[in-house]
Each structure stands twice: as structure tokens, then as C-alpha cells.
Design a protein around this ligand. Sequence first.
Ligand SMILES: Cc1cc2nc3c(=O)[nH]c(=O)nc-3n(C[C@H](O)[C@H](O)[C@H](O)COP(=O)(O)O)c2cc1C
Length: 178
Amino acid sequence: MTNLPSSNDTPEQTPEFDLRDFRNALGHFGTGVTVITTVDENNQYFGVTVSSFNSVSLNPPLVLWSQVRGAPSHQAFLKSDYFIVNILSEDQKDISNTFSRPSEDKFKDIAHHLSPQGIPILDGTLGHFICKRERDIDGGDHVIFIGRVASYSYNTSEHTAPLFFWKGKYHSATDHTS
Ligand SMILES: Cc1cc2nc3c(=O)[nH]c(=O)nc-3n(C[C@H](O)[C@H](O)[C@H](O)COP(=O)(O)O)c2cc1C
């Protein structure tokens, strides 16, 4: 594939990248927003806002997400056998903000119930996946968690829309007519 820059392109970058600029470039890929939850051996809950969630395989049912190694909750996710992916709806921006900042008790004012494994499932989301940790993969300064979906549930209402994240800001997703 040839890569001839058009006059409107930013000049092509090569490593060493400017990390801020690389991050800006990656931010041009819009994503949904999830909160991934787990529990540790002391029954302390953990939850992290994550846009790196993705589906991997239908059969077997596998999904993935990646977490920066230095995150305060990282050790809990490395030790726990299960995590839960909660898909946020467009009216859950505040929840996304709550779970994207370090805090002692992120769940204090957040409506939730517990999975059979004792992990918080957030209420009012578009759906969730209960995942057994299948494999962790070295992803540079992140660890890629691959989970096998043990069970899932989703909101069947037609009037729900996802929270959308693009270029460092929240957006609403709009329908295409075709
Ligand atoms: C929209 C959005 C998406 C994010 N996606 C990720 C992600 O995919 N992986 C990650 O490690 N951190 C991600 N973060 C940052 C974490 O949410 C943030 O570092 C959080 O404080 C981690 O929780 P902890 O401090 O309890 O460990 C994202 C933040 C936002 C606002």
C-alpha cells in the first residue's frame, strides 16, 4: 500500500512519537464506553472506565480489554478470576467520570447489584458480560485481558443509545438513515 500524503494531511510521523500527539491520533477512533468491575479477596470492589473493550471470538465466546500497568486497580484485576464488562448508556456520563478517577469508594452513590461471583453489576446500563479470565497478554505499557463470557444480559429497549467517546470527549451516537 502506498502512503502518499495529501496536502490536507498532517506530515507522517515516525517513532519516537510525541506521546501526546500519538494519543490524539488514536483518539480519532471513536468507541463506546464501559466500566469493568471486579472484587478482591477482602471483598473490596474495583471499577474502571474503559474504552479498549472489544469482542474477539463468538465460539468460544471471548472478549478483551487492556489496562495500563500502573493503575491503582491493576493488581486486583490481575488476581481476580472474573471481571464484568458494563456497557454505559448515553445518560451515564457521570458514571464514566466517577470510574475514571482514582477514589476509595467509587461505588458509594452508584446503583448496582452483585453477580453470583460477588462482583458489582451496574444498574441502568445497555448490558453486561460476566467474564472468566482466560489469558493475560503483554501489551507494552498495558496488559491485555482476554475473558471467556460465562453469561451476559442486555437491554432490549429500542430507546437506549450508547455513550460514545471520540477525540477525548463524550458524544451521542446518531442514527444513519441507511
Ligand atoms: C473514556 C475513557 C476511557 C478509558 N479507557 C481506558 C482503558 O481502556 N484502559 C485503561 O487502563 N484506562 C482507561 N481509562 C482511564 C481509567 O479509567 C482511569 O485511569 C481510572 O482511574 C483507573 O481506575 P483506578 O484508578 O481505580 O485504577 C479511560 C478513561 C476514560 C475517561
